[in-house]
Design a protein around this ligand. Sequence first.
Ligand SMILES: *Cc1c(COP(=O)(O)O)cnc(C)c1O
Length: 407
Amino acid sequence: MKRRDVIKKVSLLPLAGVLPLQAVIAAPPAAGSPVVNSAGEKVDLFSELGVTPIINALVTMTFLSGSLMLPEVLEAINTTSHDFANMYELQDKAGARIAEMLHAEAAMVTSGAACALTIGTAACITGNDQQKIRQLPNLPGPQKEVIMQKSHRYLFDQAVRNTGVKIVDVEGAGEMEKAINENTVMALYFNAADSSSITHEDFVAVARRHNIPAFIDAAADVPPVENLFKFQKIGFDLVTFSGGKMIRGPQSAGLLFGRKDLIEAAKLNHSPHECPIGRPMKVNKEEIFGMYAALKSYLQRDHKKDWQDWLDRIKFIGNYLSGIPTIVSETRIPKGPANAFPSMTVTWNQTKVKITPAEVVKQLLAGKPSIFAGGRDKLSIGVVLLQPEQVEIVAKRVKEILTPAIQ
Ligand SMILES: *Cc1c(COP(=O)(O)O)cnc(C)c1O
C-alpha cells in the first residue's frame, strides 16, 4: 500500500478527523474492531470465519499467534508487496544490513528460530558441499553428532535432529571435551535452560579448541535489547532469535547470524534453492522486509519508556482492583533470560472472595472479549502484549468476575 493509500484509508475511519494523523497511523486498529478496505467497506475476517479474537494477557506463545506486528512492520509489508524481487539479492542485502545492525559478521532472515536451528545445523554439516546438501538428512557414513548439555535438552532439539544428527548429552566442560570426536559437527547452547553445567565462555572455549561451531538459541531472550549483541561478543559462531516474539516482527520470521561462512552455507540449505532441507521453510519477500523493519524499530525504541509503560499498566490494573477485599497485586519480573519483563500476579483470600484463580482464567477466556490469562494458585496477568485500550478492558473483566464472588 502506498503512503497516499494509507492516508486515504485512514480518512475513512470514524474519528480520523479529530485525531492527529500520526497517532492514527502509529496505532493498529483497536482489537476486534472492523477495518475499512480500499473500497470503503468494513472488513472483519475474524467474524467472517467465525474465529474468536483474543486479548493476550500473558506472554508471546506460538499457538496464540506470537506477537502483534508493529505498525512499521505492516507498513513494510504493504509498501513492498507491489514489486517482485530477486530473493537471493533480497536475502543477501537484508542480511548484510541486519549483520551491520547486530555487529555480526553475517546474518539472514529465517522462518523463525526453529528454522534457524535446522538450517544452522545443516550449514555446520554441509558447508558449501552441494552433494551433502542434497543428501541431508541421510548422509552416508557414521551419524553426525551435536553436543548439548543434558539440562539443555528441549522440545526444539527436534529442529536440530531433523538434519539427521544424533544429540550427545554432556554434563560439565570436561565431559564436553571428551565427547567431541570426528563425527561432531556442532555444539548447541539453549540459553533459557533452567540450569547449565557449562558457562557460555567455557562452552565457546571448548568448541573453539576443537574447531566445532558453537550455536546459541536465544529465541525468546529480549528484552533486554543488549542480548541481541551479547552472544556474538562472547564468541558464539551462530545465534538465533525469534522475529515474532518481543521484537514484534512477522511470526513466521526469525534471525540467524554469526560467522560469514556458516551463514552462506545456511543460505545454501534454504529457500529459494530448490532441493535443500530448508526449502519448505520459505520466508516470503514481505516477511524479510518486515523482519528488517521490526529489528530496525526495536533497536531504535525507547526501552526505558516501554518498561515504565509496563509498570504503569500493572499499577493501573492493581488500583482498579484495589476495592476488592483482601486483594493483593504484585509485580513479577522473571529473572529470565526468557520473558524477562514485568508481569503481575493477583491473589485474594478465597474464603472472602470465593473463586479460584483457575476459575477466573476460565471465565476470562470464555467471556467477551476473550482474554487469555494464566495461573493456578495466583492469577497471572501479562501486560506487555496488550494494546493500550486493552489494559482497562482486562482490569474491568477481572473485577466483573471477582465481584460476585465476594462473600
Ligand atoms: C520460541 C522458541 C523457539 C522457536 O522460535 P520460532 O521463531 O517460533 O521458530 C525456539 N527456541 C526457543 C528457546 C524458543 O523460545
